[in-house]
Ligand binder design. Structure first.
Ligand SMILES: *Cc1c(COP(=O)(O)O)cnc(C)c1O
Length: 217
């Protein structure tokens, strides 16, 4: 059963890194997967899921939230201003805060709704032009702003460039987090989550290794 296999690999990577069991939370990334596969993972007792589009998540999760207790949803994809309200209503954590504007909007609408999601700042560690994430030079400033706004800032998130050794990016993200007194590190996907755990990941985002390949329409 893939979920159990992955959970075991997470545990083994924690042990290898000398980190306590449970130091890393496994986020099952269900984007684009058929509901049956998601339901099967829920039936196995898993409760922490990631989606990367607000609209897709709105279509899928209300029925599961009614049927299963304790579900925790993480938004791991880009968030547009006009989707902030819907995102806060549905998600427990947003991993993709990458601008002052977005941070301010979450703070404002969260206050309005009386519900504040946990927040991670996405960092463009590879300095890639088209990639989401705050530039390396601007991370400390955005951390300070999130704190000023009293956002529940948990840590940093990155998606390493496809053609580079991810460990270097994970180590860099860990260094920036440490410098800013942040504990949370959202890093590592199906192909590299064990390496991310070795570098201190507190949240790994694993999709296809749990659910199988995504069948894009
Ligand atoms: C899709 C996605 C993942 C999961 O990718 P897999 O390779 O299927 O594990 C993780 N993080 C983000 C931001 C994603 O968009």
């Amino acid at each position: 059963m893939p979920l159990q296999e992955i959970a075991q690999k997470v545990e083994k990577a924690e042990a290898t890194a000398g980190r306590p069991k449970g130091a890393t939370q496994l986020i099952a990334v269900s984007k684009v997967q058929p509901d049956e596969r998601v339901e099967a993972v829920l039936e196995q007792g898993h409760r922490v899921f990631g989606e990367n589009r607000v609209q897709e998540a709105q279509g899928r999760w209300p029925q599961f939230l009614e049927r299963f207790d304790g579900i925790e949803l993480h938004l791991i994809g880009p968030l547009q201003s006009n989707k902030v309200r819907a995102a806060i209503e549905l998600f427990d954590a947003i991993h993709t805060v990458d601008s002052e504007k977005l941070a301010r909007r979450i703070a404002m609408i969260g206050a309005d709704l009386g519900k504040m999601p946990d927040v991670f700042i996405q960092v463009n560690t590879g300095d890639e032009p088209q990639k989401a994430g705050v530039a390396l030079d601007d991370v400390d400033g955005l951390v300070a702003l999130c704190r000023e706004l009293n956002l529940p800032l948990k840590g940093l998130m990155c998606i390493p460039p496809a053609d580079e050794e991810p460990s270097l990016h994970f180590a860099l993200l860990a260094k920036i987090a440490k410098r800013n007194g942040l504990e949370g590190l959202s890093m590592g996907m199906s192909s590299d989550f064990e390496r991310a755990i070795a570098q201190g990941a507190t949240h790994v985002r694993v999709g296809s290794a749990i659910f199988g390949d995504r069948a894009y329409a």
